[in-house]
Design a protein around this ligand. Sequence first.
Ligand code: NAG
Ligand code: NAG
Ligand code: NAG
Ligand code: NAG
Ligand code: NAG
Length: 154
Amino acid sequence: MAPSYSYSKLSLVMSLMVVTVAMTNLKADAQFLRLVSINGVLFCSANGSVTGSPTPVFINATVQLQCVPGTVVSTSVTNGSGAFSFLLNPLQLLLSTLLGTCRLRVATPLTACNATLSPTGVLTSALQLSGNIIAGLVNITQLVPSGFHLVNNI
Ligand SMILES: *[C@@H]1O[C@H](CO)[C@@H](O)[C@H](O)[C@H]1NC(C)=O
Ligand SMILES: *[C@@H]1O[C@H](CO)[C@@H](O)[C@H](O)[C@H]1NC(C)=O
Ligand SMILES: *[C@@H]1O[C@H](CO)[C@@H](O)[C@H](O)[C@H]1NC(C)=O
Ligand SMILES: *[C@@H]1O[C@H](CO)[C@@H](O)[C@H](O)[C@H]1NC(C)=O
Ligand SMILES: *[C@@H]1O[C@H](CO)[C@@H](O)[C@H](O)[C@H]1NC(C)=O
């Protein structure tokens, strides 16, 4: 029975070696996990950007990501610093789509932060590449708004 036991043990060791080699290959073949982030700061002004004079940030504004008009892919709410952010899986939303047809749309009217601003216009912006960072095993492609402007709410 001893040889049989040894054989099983050898077989087990060999199986483990195969698994280890397979995992090593997997690790070597694996690309970085890819993510796309969109970050920006929204200001309380007619175009959502800094103006000549000190401009307050637009707090608690709902920022939507739309790639087909009227269809919200993801939503972010600006924090106390006016900052919003999205983290996306590029396998679900291609970078070319994000840079091509996707738009940021501010659903909260500007009057929420300044009563003298437009009650009906909607701030919108396309996206542009800002860089790439490697965080551990994650490769994050960073996008930023290319510039908000006001459009008629239709
Ligand atoms: C936004 O408006 C301000 C003041 O009118 C102007 O200085 C600034 O260049 C505009 N920014 C953009 C991104 O259009
Ligand atoms: C933003 O929302 C938080 C939570 O609802 C609220 O406490 C805060 O007063 C709001 N701030 C502004 C400037 O609207
Ligand atoms: C808002 O979010 C930005 C980016 O994550 C962060 O740097 C900032 O500290 C936040 N501000 C507040 C008031 O939470
Ligand atoms: C509100 O917007 C007007 C321009 O429409 C600007 O003159 C005024 O300074 C803004 N108020 C605040 C508190 O930012
Ligand atoms: C990270 O992804 C970008 C494409 O978004 C690619 O150009 C770059 O080579 C990648 N970096 C690494 C270290 O894989």
